[in-house]
Design a protein around this ligand. Structure first.
Ligand SMILES: Cc1ncc(COP(=O)(O)O)c(C=O)c1O
Length: 470
């Protein structure tokens, strides 16, 4: 026999029990006690069994269903533990005082518009990520897998050995003299920025941000309730001379202004530090892609000038991949301590395996190799983009990073041009999308890192065809 079904009716002195047919299937309906328990739960949910209804004894129910008593006992034990039934051996088993919940009202949801992804993306932001696994990557993760995990709930500032290795790295590559106490390992730039803002700023504290500038920084300031003061940029980057006394902090991309590409010259850097010392403001230096320069060596980081006034944010997102979620924040030890405490209190613990793998990649020189490989690749691509797009406007930010900006004639609407490019299968970002209150020429921000070489070639051919039509 595959199934046994009985109507469950038990006369009670005070209660009329509704009829509840119970069935157990032996042909794949799952463990018998779970089948039974679920049918009894369902009986309570739909009101056929109500508070106080008496259930048969486990022995009686087992007899009727022709199952072993351990099955009915296990079902009752489960329901008892969950609070559906009450009662003790000997005094009978009753349905507990459970008021069935009204079923949730189905809220009509608007279907999400399906984002039509163009075939080829020249949007900025994502580096070239190798399609295959190389030996250095494999070695780092093999090393991680050979270690037991740390005990957990420790090292909110990052794995100690990684903090030491990163201090050496930023000293070597960015000229910042610092030690492990100056380093907080983050889940990337935006994580570091949000942590910093939430711990060191109060809602209402004004923050200056480059205009045009990085939208995620704008969003971070907005979500912490910080009024934003838009500071224009020019070919050299932030117009430091336009900073007034109000901002309590300024967010800046001095090695490669995002998205226009300017490199803040020494005189402006010194003026920025002097301004911060005078006003007591914090300078937040986003150093997102300084590893990639194709003309001269990058200037040392701003933080090198004064770690008491500057908080420096670095990331693996451009060097390796944003998916690792690994970055670092370099600051005065008091700032690192305050952020670490906040992470501990908010349960924002870092992921040990990612830290251990990053440490291995730094120590083995893997990261340096990946950066050197990337620099060669991107320098070639940058030249390719400049050659293809120069006839259509001025190209700025051409000596560094993973993107350039093509400035278009004033008569054009860059959103219309971007839409036309998208229609032809190429995604590009209109420059006006990065502007807030400072007017400027239209343009296209063109990332050249993400695609494969043949994809880049194809995307540039399509884009130039589109640009020719304007
Ligand atoms: C200006 C700027 N800063 C930082 C980042 C990287 O952010 P994260 O480290 O959070 O991935 C990006 C990535 O697109 C960026 O454009």
């Amino acid at each position: 026999m595959l199934a046994r079904s009985i109507p469950l009716t038990f006369p009670q002195a005070t209660l009329q029990l509704t009829e509840l047919p119970l069935t157990v299937r032996r042909d794949g309906g799952g463990p018998l006690h779970l089948q039974l328990a679920e049918q009894l739960r369902e009986g309570v949910r739909d009101g056929r069994l109500r508070a106080g209804h008496r259930l048969p004894s486990t022995r009686e129910l087992a007899r009727q269903l022709e199952v072993s008593r351990s099955v009915t006992q296990a079902a009752y034990d489960q329901l008892h533990a969950e609070g559906w039934i009450a009662g003790k051996t000997g005094s009978g088993t009753y349905v507990a005082d459970v008021v069935p919940l009204e079923p949730a009202q189905a809220v009509p949801r608007r279907p999400k518009p399906v984002e039509e992804r163009p075939l080829l993306s020249l949007r900025p932001g994502i580096p070239y990520v190798e399609r295959s696994v190389d030996a250095g990557w494999r070695r780092a993760w093999r090393e991680v897998s050979a270690q037991p995990p740390t005990r957990g709930y420790e090292h909110a500032a990052g794995l100690p050995a990684l903090r030491t290795a990163l201090a050496e790295y930023v000293a070597r590559t960015r000229g910042i003299a610092c030690g492990p106490d100056n380093i907080l390992v983050t889940n990337g730039t935006i994580h570091g920025l949000r942590l910093l803002l939430s711990v060191t700023r109060r809602p209402g504290d004004p923050i200056a941000i480059e205009d045009p500038g990085y939208l995620s920084a704008v969003r971070a300031a907005n979500s912490h309730g910080l009024p934003i003061i838009d500071i224009p940029v020019d070919a050299d980057g932030l117009r430091v001379d336009l900073l007034g006394p109000e901002p309590s902090a300024v967010y800046v991309t001095p090695s490669h202004q995002y998205p226009l590409g300017g490199r803040l010259p020494v005189a402006r850097r010194n003026a920025l530090i002097e301004w911060a010392r005078r006003t007591g403001a914090t300078v937040i230096e986003d150093d997102y892609d300084s590893e990639f320069r194709y003309d001269v060596a990058p200037l040392p980081a701003l933080a090198q000038l004064d770690l008491d006034r500057v908080v420096h944010l670095g990331t693996l997102s451009k060097m390796l991949s944003p998916s690792l979620r690994l970055g670092w924040l370099v600051a005065a030890p008091e700032v690192v301590e305050a952020l670490t405490e906040h992470r501990e209190n908010s349960g924002d613990w870092p992921s040990w395996p990612v830290h251990a793998a990053t440490l291995a990649m730094l120590r083995d020189g893997y990261l340096d190799r990946v950066v050197r490989r990337g620099r060669r690749r991107y320098a070639e691509r940058c030249a390719q983009v400049i050659e293809a797009l120069s006839p259509y406007g001025e190209i700025v930010g051409r000596d560094a990073g993973l993107h350039v900006t093509l400035l278009l004639p004033d008569s054009l609407d860059d959103r219309v041009v971007a839409q036309a490019a998208e229609a032809s299968g190429v995604g590009v970002a209109p420059l006006s999308g990065y502007r807030r209150s400072t007017p400027g020429p239209p343009g296209l921000v063109i990332g050249y890192a993400t695609p494969t070489s043949p994809e880049l070639h194809k995307a540039l051919t399509l884009l130039t065809q589109v640009l020719t039509t304007f």
